[in-house]
Design a protein. Structure first.
Lengths: 372, 362
């Protein structure tokens, strides 16, 4: 995902999270500290700004108001792609963002956001917490003066909206496709005409004929844009972003100065969001898949197996280039993919096999069955 | 000990904070008891309970100090609910289906046959109306419960021979508790319930022919693979087994807003950490079972699975006919499953299958 449509002009004032809602009396621990939190989400966009605010509110409430946040959403003080620079330099204290925005600083940041044919959200949690991933992240972010934590996942993305179903890689020809990040690199390697446009320009670009296909996020957020009205064919699975994570970054020197209790509160607020954000969007996506079909006639199609195989081959090549960047990138790449390869068979015989068997046995799979 | 006496004893603020200047209500130190249904540090479940206890202690700066009692230390594994309802303990870490004799509606807050996966369950409870129904049910018994961990999808079980037909299944004496076991009984199999610690011996002595336990991580630790080599999938009976944090309702209602947020957040955080622990270990344990113990992974034929599924779905529907509370829970749960199933199919189901295909698995 990239910058979303900024429907209104940037608001003049930033909100202070939580302070007014506090029911607990302030206690005598000295004056409250006010930290700045910069996010990469437009203030009036759905879901993600609220997710960032929830993390901040939890910290404020659990410190009895001793740590308050002044929140600046995308563009209000810094560009959405520059939040890490701001926090690393101490210009801001914390960010809520997605690490792939920082790949120009180091390409290995992609492993802490979303990887083509990579980990889904709970697998990402497994790698970070029990597979050595967090130690790598600390090493990588530490070099930029930041301590970063997993703080929520929007869950699986979809494969994008097209004017006709993709049945072979040839169907990508003649289609100018708005897609970004690692997926954009892979599609470009496949010879697809790709372009990265910010969310604010997507609708105009579609009407103006500048693009003929678009990948954005998933059913709920895509439906909000109304792509279905112009491009009825919705491809799945979202192989390029199966469960990318959002991150809460803290200036490393600031984090080190916090008391052990305060540090544990920051970690708690981030970890809590891992349950909440995905749970929220999963519900909304479920409802949106049903309504986009019933109300707008969306047609949902699976990418054919041989198309996925070709995209997998190109993804592997693209990520191998990332590994060649330096020794740290090589070590992260090795750890990430060793974990991916270890959990893949288990995932196929557990979550995936169960959902397939259940949905088939009880005929719960009508949306995709009607269209395939 | 009655509830009032316990609560008075638990709140030791008067002595603990006497020396501090101007103690506000939320600064009172409290020693809290958490009882669990797991052996101490049992991988996944017991470690998860300990993490919840430690996190509450840590994030409150020691103000809410949680002491954990493993199964049998204060009360037996299945006695935790009564201990919390009566106030003998402040909270439990357990699984709600252990309390189905009090009310069969509790099954829906752990896992039911043909039910919700971990992610779907998180959505239903947190944003789909499930928590309000859970509050209503547990509230009738003086308890407030929260999601506090999940084992993920359970495997279909361990067998001597692959199950190829319904007849193969009917011949078996199968260790499977709860509504899954009831499903097998209605199919004509002999289903029995045994505590985990007795499984190995029951297989060895021939008392049971087949068993399920949890998944590769816990199954490997029990050594079932030494006796049974056929590992069937997918399981129909527990697609995303929830661990819950149950809290004495009166004590909960007396907490400050910020302490309620703290405990809720600690439970929600463990909901993320436990599934992560299971994921990291299930993947490697499955590999070990296959590569070092000559275990064979075998899928149930879809027609057999579908037949089990239809019976199982009816068993679940029947379990919801006891009273209005059950009916409300069931209606909400079933509506949610229908609403989310298509999305689950085109997201996780399709993606995880495609990833296994391109990597050359099964």
């Amino acid at each position: 995902m990239s910058k979303k449509i900024d429907r209104r002009q940037v608001l003049g004032t930033a909100a202070t999270a939580g302070a007014a809602a506090l029911a607990t009396p302030a206690i005598a621990q000295g004056a409250p500290r006010k930290l700045s939190l910069v996010t990469s989400w437009p203030r009036d966009s759905l879901i993600l700004p609220q997710s960032a605010e929830r993390v901040a509110q939890t910290i404020t409430q659990l410190t009895n108001g001793q740590i308050e946040f002044e929140i600046f959403h995308s563009g209000e003080t810094v560009d959405p792609f520059e939040v890490q620079d701001a926090v690393g330099s101490g210009a801001a204290d914390c960010y809520h963002s997605v690490e792939q925005y920082f790949i120009k600083k180091h390409p290995a940041f992609v492993f802490f956001s979303a990887v083509p044919f990579g980990l889904v959200a709970h697998e990402m949690s497994g790698w970070l917490k029990f597979g050595g991933g967090q130690e790598f992240w600390d090493e990588l972010s530490g070099a930029f003066g930041v301590r970063a934590l997993m703080a929520g996942s929007p869950g699986a993305q979809m494969g994008g909206w097209f004017p006709k179903p993709i049945t072979t890689t040839k169907d990508f020809e003649g289609v100018r496709f708005r897609v970004q990040g690692a997926a954009g690199q892979v599609y470009a390697a496949a010879g697809v005409d790709t372009v990265n446009l910010p969310g604010a320009q997507l609708v105009e670009a579609l009407f103006g004929g500048e693009i003929q296909a678009v990948e954005w996020v998933g059913p709920y957020l895509d439906l909000d844009y109304g792509f279905v009205k112009l491009l009825p064919h919705y491809m799945y699975p979202g192989w390029h972003d199966p469960g990318g994570i959002r991150s809460f970054g803290i200036n490393a020197a600031l984090f080190a100065e916090l008391s052990p209790t305060e540090q544990s509160v920051f970690e708690l607020a981030a970890a809590r969001e891992n349950t909440l954000l995905e749970a929220e969007l999963n519900k909304l996506n479920g409802e949106s898949v049903v309504s986009m079909k019933r109300e707008y006639g969306a047609q949902v199609h699976k990418f054919p197996d041989d198309v996925l195989k070709e995209l997998f081959r190109l993804s592997t090549e693209t990520l191998d280039e990332t590994a060649a960047h330096d020794d740290l990138a090589r070590r992260i790449h090795e750890s990430y993919f060793a974990y991916r390869d270890t959990v893949t068979e288990y995932a196929a015989v557990s979550s995936s096999a169960y959902l397939e068997a259940r949905n088939t046995a009880l005929a719960l799979n009508k949306v995709s069955r009607y269209d395939d | 000990m009655d509830r009032r006496a316990f609560l008075q004893r638990a709140a030791i603020g008067a002595t603990g904070t006497a020396a501090l200047a101007a103690p506000a209500l939320s600064q009172e130190r409290q020693q809290l008891r958490m009882v669990t249904s797991w052996p101490r540090n049992f991988p996944g479940l017991g470690t998860g309970a300990q993490r919840v206890a430690d996190r509450i202690t840590q994030t409150s700066g020691g103000r809410l100090e949680v002491k954990l009692f493993s199964s049998g230390e204060l009360v037996p594994a299945f006695g935790v609910f009564d201990a919390v309802a009566s106030g003998e303990a402040n909270m439990y870490h357990s699984a709600e289906y252990y309390f189905e004799k009090k009310h069969r509606g509790f099954n829906f807050f752990t896992s039911v046959p043909l039910g919700l996966t971990t992610k779907e369950m998180n959505s239903w409870i947190t944003y789909g109306g499930g928590q309000a129904l859970w509050d209503q049910l547990s509230g009738e018994f003086g308890v407030k419960s929260l999601l506090a961990g999940n084992t993920g999808v359970q495997m279909g079980g361990w067998f001597r021979e692959p199950v190829a037909t319904m007849e193969d299944l009917k011949k078996l004496t199968f260790r499977m508790p709860g509504l899954g076991g009831e499903t097998l009984r209605q199919i004509g199999a002999n289903a029995i319930s045994l505590p985990g610690g007795e499984i190995f011996e029951a297989v060895q002595s021939g008392r049971i022919d087949a068993t399920e336990w949890v998944g590769p991580y816990n199954d490997l630790a029990f050594g079932i693979q030494k006796l049974l080599k056929i590992y069937m999938y997918p399981g129909f009976h527990e697609p995303g087994t929830v661990s819950s944090l149950g809290i004495n309702r009166t004590w909960w209602d007396g907490l400050t807003d910020s302490d309620r947020t703290l405990i809720t957040a600690c439970a929600q955080a463990e909901n993320d950490v436990m599934i992560a622990e299971y994921n990291a270990n299930n993947g490697s344990s499955l590999r070990e079972l296959l590569s070092q113990h000559e275990v064979v992974l075998q899928a149930f034929p879809q027609d057999v699975w579908s037949e089990i599924a239809k019976v199982g779905d009816q068993v679940v529907a029947d379990a919801a006919k006891d009273d209005l509370t059950s009916a409300k829970i069931y209606t909400s749960y079933k509506r949610f499953r229908k609403s989310v199933a298509s999305w689950s199919e085109i997201s996780d189901q399709a993606y995880l299958r495609a990833r296994a295909d391109v990597l050359g698995h099964v």
